[in-house]
Ligand binder design. Structure first.
Ligand code: NAP
Length: 274
């Protein structure tokens, strides 16, 4: 199989900066999409001494206003794997949250599923992005989730949920209608992020929240391992924990453990008229 080309959206994000060298170390090639040309040298430096090649595409996700805009980037980069690591981060007001976290993400999801060459799409979402209490959540976990939606970050939650639902719905219809297509749709869902160094140990899959968070470096390592797995797909919840990352990813990927719980996938398919 040829060397995978990765399209990394939000390439200057903190998780993306940890992830890029891991992908390059696999001899994969990475095109990192950033909006600020001043960040180009920092990204290119990540490729020093690595077998894979890194390149930079300067393009603002605010300008991705249609599927055609996203498709133009896919056509230019020609990736096998697409990673969404971008996020407005609450900067620039509610409008930018919807423009980036919802609209641009959805346009890349649609165009990636529509592009036969794309075989993997990993979207970084968040642990609170759900509407139905999963059986493994405590009542405190669920109260915390509801509070995130109702009062802490309502617009962020709505924007991410739209993108998550579209990815989930497209993954389900693709499997039903085109079972021969090998497409791994991965929704990676970390809890609250920290800048602590990687612990190398996580809690992955169907997991309660408690009072735990997760290091961004751990998230990047998990993302790298999920992308390298030929089995990983579905919703993957993530916090710091006690299981070595490689073991956790293998257990979840091979065991087809999906954190989607009882969410209404058919409702998502109907919502988008798929
Ligand atoms: N914060 C949390 O606790 C938390 C928890 C769970 C999941 N998440 C998710 O984790 C992901 C990334 O986290 P992170 O810590 O790596 O975030 P980050 O450091 O804020 O990175 C986000 C990246 O998106 C880029 N971006 C924003 N608007 C853009 C635009 N219009 N065009 C191009 N790029 C744009 C930013 O570019 P600049 O570098 O130019 O600003 C930044 O590099 C996000 O999807 C977020 O929703 C966050």
């Amino acid at each position: 199989m040829s060397v995978p080309q990765v399209l990394l959206l939000g390439g200057h994000g903190k998780i993306a900066l940890y992830l890029t060298p891991l992908l390059l170390a696999r001899s994969w090639n990475v095109t990192s999409v950033i909006r600020n040309p001043d960040h180009e040298a920092e990204i290119l430096k990540l490729g020093q001494g690595k077998p894979g090649k890194v390149s930079v595409l300067v393009s603002s996700l605010d300008d991705i206003k249609s599927v055609a805009d996203a498709q133009a980037i896919l056509d230019k980069v020609s990736p096998e794997y697409v990673v969404w690591a971008a996020g407005a981060g609450g900067k620039g007001g509610v409008q930018r949250t919807y423009a980036v976290d919802q609209d641009a993400a959805k346009h890349f999801i649609t165009s990636s599923f529509a592009t036969p060459q794309v075989r993997k799409f990993l979207l970084i979402s968040h642990l609170g992005s759900r509407k139905t209490r999963p059986s493994w959540f405590s009542s405190a976990d669920w109260d915390r989730t509801l509070k995130l939606w109702d009062s802490i970050l309502p617009d962020y939650c709505k924007a991410k949920w739209e993108a998550d639902q579209l990815q989930t719905a497209l993954a389900a219809v693709t499997k039903r209608r085109d079972p021969k297509r090998r497409f791994q749709s991965i929704n990676l869902r970390p809890g609250t992020l920290t800048d602590e160094p990687a612990t190398g140990k996580v809690s992955l899959g169907q997991i309660p929240i408690g009072d735990r968070n997760v290091s961004r470096e751990n998230v990047a390592i998990v993302a790298d391992r999920l992308l390298a797995s030929e089995d990983a797909e579905g919703w993957v919840d993530l916090l710091n924990g006690d299981e070595p990352i490689d073991d956790a990813v293998e257990r979840v990927a091979k065991g087809k453990i999906d954190a989607i719980g009882d969410e209404d996938v058919d409702g998502m398919i109907q919502k988008f008229g798929l």
